[in-house]
Design a protein around this ligand. Structure first.
Ligand code: ATP
Ligand code: MG
Length: 442
């Protein structure tokens, strides 16, 4: 892509309404544009990054055997009345009527709808277990939308639902999802810690919020800081390995605000390991048994002729919130560096243009062509701006690698810089090797 052709409305000034760095960067880098309070359009740069995040989320769901489907954004009010949540959900739910006066709503979540789909199709114990998911827009009429994509009314979410025959089996599905979440966030370059969360009136201890540390986060968390050092790479997707990993996490105290008891915390965690801080919730997993299957009569026939209400769990990831969360984690001293796995481009190509001398641009165009032929996604700066202005721009766009065609480059060796890292002088084939290797690691 040539930057002169890219639709990227960069802002020089930080808009005053943006209070946290992710919101500021997303506006300045032309990633999003607010269309009304809490509702955003995603412009090409922001959309490209979100799509990459979505794809990683999808791949990790597929790896544990979850199957993707797509439910509509608009749901019928009827099923919500069946579950009893139509009234309970309150003002966060956007209620709509069609021309026949039929009550509809813009889905804030999908437990009811997926249960309705499941009960209509699955009749026998033989078809279980199942995990179904979709990645779809949600709408919640939040009281205080703020912080850009962090808390908005319309947001993009992955939500999965598991169906099992017993509490024991449901725990296996839950653990698989726990494992998938850890891998997902790791691939996104984040350290997200599962924190035990309150399960509400259903009881039990099976709910975890996945939280990344950030001063601007809205969640208060209390943990034994050693939980951050758990290494997940030695675990595979076998049932036993996943269970062992769960155990490792369970060994350390880590809870959200509503589960926090000061006495417990001080008793269980040595002073030097106590970490009380703020974080951003990027995912939430939940086991709730027959909470929805019972009122919605979602049961299957067992081998002995009896019927059983299926045991369900639900599992959310805030895909659009993650764009902001990654920025909160990675944007420092006014320089953004996207993790390679979600960067909008693999590399930036920045020729320095001297007055009336286009030779660096010509050189860069040749390199551009060659990189494209090797399937490397490159953004070339073909403007005649001063080099320092170009660098400022790329500080916002956040591509982790730059090839700079200027005084330090020769005919066949070029300045190759890792943002916030070292600069080397490399041949084009060495540069390609490096970039392709990085990509394979992701
Ligand atoms: P929160 O406590 O932040 O309101 P929640 O408990 O309501 O979150 P869930 O219903 O579990 O969230 O939704 C799953 C995920 O969707 C959350 O972990 C979060 O990442 C994301 N999410 C929830 N609400 C919003 C929102 N208003 N804007 C953007 N993302 C959201
Ligand atoms: Mg909420």
């Amino acid at each position: 892509m040539h930057i002169s052709k890219l639709f990227i409305p960069l802002l020089k000034e930080t808009p005053s309404e943006a209070k946290i760095k992710s919101h500021q960067l997303m506006l300045r880098a032309g990633m999003i544009k607010q269309s009304s309070t809490g509702i955003y359009s995603w412009l090409p740069l922001g959309f490209k990054i979100m799509k990459k995040i979505e794809q990683i989320v999808r791949e990790e769901q597929d790896k544990i055997g979850a199957q993707e489907l797509l439910m509509p954004t608009i749901q019928s009010a009827e099923i919500w009345k069946e579950s009893g949540r139509y009234e309970d959900y309150g003002e966060e739910m956007l209620r709509i009527k069609d021309r026949q006066g039929k009550e509809l709503l813009y889905g804030p979540t999908n437990e009811e709808l997926i249960t309705e789909i499941f009960r209509a199709s699955i009749k026998s114990y033989k078809s279980l277990p199942q995990i179904l998911y979709h990645i779809q827009w949600k709408f919640r009429d939040e009281l205080r939308p703020r912080f850009g994509v962090m808390r908005c009314k319309e947001f993009f979410m992955k939500d999965a639902y598991s169906f099992d025959l017993s509490d024991e089996k449901a725990k296996i599905s839950y653990n698989k999802m726990f494992f998938a979440y850890l891998n997902t966030f790791k691939r996104l370059g984040l350290t997200a810690i599962p924190m035990a969360a309150e399960t509400g009136p259903i009881g039990g201890d099976l709910s975890h919020e996945f939280v990344i540390l950030a001063d601007t986060g809205e969640s208060k968390i209390y943990s034994d800081k050693r939980i951050f050092d758990i290494d997940i790479t030695s675990h595979n997707d076998s049932e036993k390995s996943i269970k062992d990993l769960r155990k490792k996490y369970d060994e350390y105290y880590a809870v959200t605000d509503d589960k926090f008891r000061k006495e417990d915390f001080e008793k269980k965690v040595k002073k030097e390991n106590q970490l009380m801080t703020k974080g951003i919730e990027v995912g939430h997993i939940f086991y709730f048994g027959d909470k929805y299957s019972k009122p919605l009569k979602c049961s299957v026939d067992l081998q002995d002729g009896k019927k059983i209400d299926v045991k369900m769990g639900s599992y959310g990831i805030g895909v659009s919130r993650l764009v902001g969360a990654i920025i909160e984690a990675k944007f420092n001293n006014n320089i953004m560096k996207w993790p390679e796995s979600v960067s909008p481009f693999d590399v930036a190509l920045i020729p320095s243009l001297q007055k009336n001398d286009k030779s660096n641009l010509l050189k860069a165009e040749k390199i551009y062509k060659s990189l494209k032929e090797s399937n490397i996604d490159v953004l070339i700066d073909d403007t005649d701006e001063h080099l320092s202005a170009k660098f400022k721009k790329f500080d916002l766009i956040g591509i982790p690698y730059q090839i700079i065609i200027g005084t330090k480059s020769t005919n066949d060796k070029f300045e190759f810089k890792e943002v916030n890292g070292k600069t080397e002088t490399l041949s084009l084939s060495e540069i390609k090797d490096k970039l392709l290797k990085k990509r394979n690691l992701n």
